[in-house]
Design a protein around this ligand. Structure first.
Ligand code: GLY
Ligand code: MN
Ligand code: MN
Length: 440
């Protein structure tokens, strides 16, 4: 196998095991179809950097667009891939392709066919299957193809038997993705390590007078020089920009005395990390900044401690909101008691988001948060972020001016283990004195 195709730290056996488990869950009379991500154009003939669809990657490790996986459970447990054929001329322009032979040889497929032939071959494979699992309504082009395959099957000579049930694949597949294997956790640890380097580089770069994009450049350099890519567009938000949850401009100048919020993660072999740190530009928290920072820090510690086997997934959020409501009431930013603030939800003005989300192949990873209407209980191998924050809008006249425009979030990535929470991103400092020393 060429070095190009031999990059995954997940073994071919593990990919095969995932397919086998999915087929067992789907049942013998089912068929499962999963498509690769299409190439997406940025403008004219310039494509965005290619990122494989997470579900397709989870089941194949196959890194190209124009590919469809068909799983046919039953006696043969057939695993079929449709993919682009080798094409020396195109490969001279766009790089090597794996081709159907390579897919069988290196990716554990039982059989593989040219993508061009899919309309002729795939409908026959669905014949007589009772249930079809796939993603409906996610990619318009795939939906059109799917309907075409079904039409072709129906109009086949003698009348093909079209599956009677169409079932959303997400529920089965995304439940599997929720439990990370040792090999996946290894990649997530690496993604966390790269993001740790990136945050440290950002702290070095964030001098008064520099621009947010210069800090972004330091983040990107730290990631790309380690072979990773960002797992989402980094947020580098100085001062009141931190109060914009999805701030993306990264264009303002950093001023001494502002807080800088940096939310950035790295992606390694499709696995994400997601870290936020907030520190004072110039290295000295004001009294108000520090007061809010310490509340968020305490809230985060309480929330991380709630990430335990058997606890509901939202226990972390409840722990964080209690600390934040108490802190805001003690500072008189909220009137009345913490209990009243929790009951009325008035704290949400300052803490408008949840304390975290699943993380894995996607930064906001898949998997149901509720089971039978109740918060899901945490199990070993699940991974989530813990990211409370406090944001005082710059135009919030309900609080004295000295509090306005301060935004703080602290975010780490945590794996649920039988021994308690494993914080993958623990090496990025977050104690106020440490941050002051590092960023001064
Ligand atoms: N960076 C996106 C998030 O924290 O959820
Ligand atoms: Mn984040
Ligand atoms: Mn996050």
């Amino acid at each position: 196998m060429s070095a190009l195709f031999n990059k995954s730290m997940i073994s071919t056996d593990e990919f095969a095991q995932r397919r086998k488990t999915l087929m067992r869950l789907a049942g013998e009379s089912a068929a499962i179809i999963v498509a690769a991500a299409p190439e997406r154009m940025r403008n004219a003939d310039s494509a965005w950097p290619y990122r494989q669809d997470s579900d397709f990657h989870y089941l194949t490790g196959f890194p190209e667009p124009d590919a469809v996986l068909a799983l046919l459970p039953g006696r043969g447990n057939e695993v079929i891939l449709f993919c682009r054929e080798r094409d020396p001329e195109d490969e001279r322009l766009h790089g090597a392709r794996i081709g159907p032979e390579g897919a069988v040889k290196h990716f554990g497929m039982q059989d593989a066919f040219p993508f061009e032939d899919i309309d002729d071959i795939l409908p026959g494979m669905l014949e007589g299957r009772e249930r079809l699992y796939c993603h409906f309504g996610a990619e318009a082009e795939f939906d059109v193809r799917l309907l075409r395959w079904l039409r072709r099957l129906r109009s086949a000579r003698g009348g093909g038997v079209v599956p009677r049930e169409f079932t959303s694949l997400g529920h089965l597949l995304h439940d599997l993705r929720l439990y990370k294997s040792p090999a996946e956790l290894k990649l997530m640890r690496r993604a966390a390590e790269v993001a740790t380097h990136a945050q440290l580089a950002a702290m070095q770069a964030a001098r008064p007078g520099r621009c947010e994009y210069e800090v972004e450049a330091a983040l990107l350099h730290a990631m790309r020089s380690r072979g990773a890519v960002p797992s989402y567009a980094p947020i580098v938000a100085a001062g009141a920009n931190a109060c914009v949850m999805h701030y993306r401009h990264n264009s303002a100048k950093l001023q001494r005395g502002q807080l800088l919020l940096v939310d950035a993660g790295a992606e390694v072999q499709c696995y994400a990390s997601d870290i936020t740190r907030t520190w004072p530009v110039g290295g000295k928290f004001s009294r108000e900044q520090r007061a809010l920072y310490e509340i968020v820090l305490e809230a985060q510690a309480a929330a991380v401690d709630a990430v335990r086997v058997g606890s509901p997934w939202d226990a972390a959020h409840r722990a964080a909101t209690e600390v934040i409501a108490e802190g805001l009431c003690a500072l008189k930013l909220l009137r009345g008691s913490a209990r009243a603030a929790l009951q009325s939800g008035s704290y949400r003005k300052f803490f408008p988001h949840k304390t975290g989300h699943w993380i894995g192949l996607d930064v906001h990873d898949v998997g149901d948060y509720q089971v039978d209407g109740e918060a899901r209980l945490l199990e070993a191998g699940m991974a989530l972020t813990v990211e409370p924050g406090i944001y005082v809008a710059p135009d919030d006249t309900s609080v004295p001016p000295r509090w306005r425009g301060i935004g703080v979030r602290i975010e780490d990535d945590v794996v649920v283990t039988a021994r308690g929470p494993e914080v993958l991103t623990a090496k990025v400092p977050k104690a106020p004195t440490e941050l002051e020393a590092l960023c001064g």
